[in-house]
Ligand binder design. Structure first.
Ligand code: FPP
Length: 245
């Protein structure tokens, strides 16, 4: 399927960027070199997404579970986000990219929080590509936090509990205003969601590839988009041929 058939182009692609450590180990390098190469792959894919006509991109770059990694790896990943925003923000803004960082703020340094705020406010009106960076993110935590906020509003009388439905919950999530991902890609041969976009990914097409994240290129992205274009999404209904979901 030609990826230029824009009717079959996913509006929102979400990526679990996995395999940095194995990429480095295969080269006899330290894991941090894999993460560094992972940032380079991210830079390329942000640009490729815009060029390919994808309007929303979410990337998983630090999970709530990643705090359990060795301290020096955790602080290296923190510094990577810091440096990525510091070095790339002006270019992202010039290229019309809107940046949003989703995840819990607790545990992040004041400096990172300030950089995130600056990136989000500077780029708030851009509309070529909406880039969501999931950092200190966990799908269950996102849902639990949203439920707690709704419960507090119900308890203080500003929200009628009977009015709570899927739309109300969606609007309370960190991804509010962003369409659900049409396609979720995971690199490095693992076939799990690992607490990523659990609510938003309910009907996403899943695409797993053995390619390690630092090796992921525009061609791999096009292959994933072509796979998506061949799928028929039924959202629990039946297909034109009468097959049930
Ligand atoms: C998974 O690989 C990757 C991560 C936990 C971090 C992903 C981070 C990047 C791609 C770069 C960071 C980008 C920003 C903007 C901060 P892994 O370490 O689990 O690899 P392994 O499974 O081979 O060990």
């Amino acid at each position: 399927m030609d990826t230029e058939d824009t009717s079959k182009l996913p509006t929102h692609i979400a990526i679990i960027m996995d395999g940095n450590g194995r990429w480095a180990q295969a080269r006899g390098q330290e894991r941090r070199e894999g993460h560094r190469a992972g940032v380079e792959a991210l830079r390329r894919i942000v640009k490729d997404s815009s060029d390919l006509g994808v309007h929303h991109l979410t990337v998983f770059s630090f999970s709530t579970e990643n705090w359990g990694r060795p301290r020096n790896e955790v602080s290296f990943l923190m510094s990577l986000l810091e440096r990525y925003i510091e070095s790339d923000l002006a270019d992202l803004h010039a290229e019309g990219v809107r940046v949003r960082v989703i995840g819990r703020r607790d545990g992040l340094s004041d400096k990172i929080c300030r950089l995130i705020d600056r990136a989000e406010s500077l780029t708030a009106n851009n509309n070529r590509l909406f880039l969501q960076i999931a950092f200190n993110y966990g799908g269950r935590e996102e849902l639990a936090d949203a439920a707690a906020r709704l419960a507090r509003r119900a308890a203080n009388g500003t929200l009628d509990p009977e009015s709570i439905n899927g739309d109300v919950l969606s609007a309370e999530l960190l991804t509010a205003g962003m369409p659900n991902p049409d396609l979720i890609i995971r690199t490095s041969g693992e076939s799990r969601l690992s607490n990523f976009m659990l609510w938003q990914g309910a009907y996403s097409e899943l695409y797993f590839t053995d390619v390690l994240w630092p090796d992921f290129t525009r061609e791999h992205m096009q292959a994933a988009i072509a796979h998506y274009a061949e799928r028929e999404r039924r959202f629990g209904l039946i297909s034109a041929s009468g097959d049930a979901d």
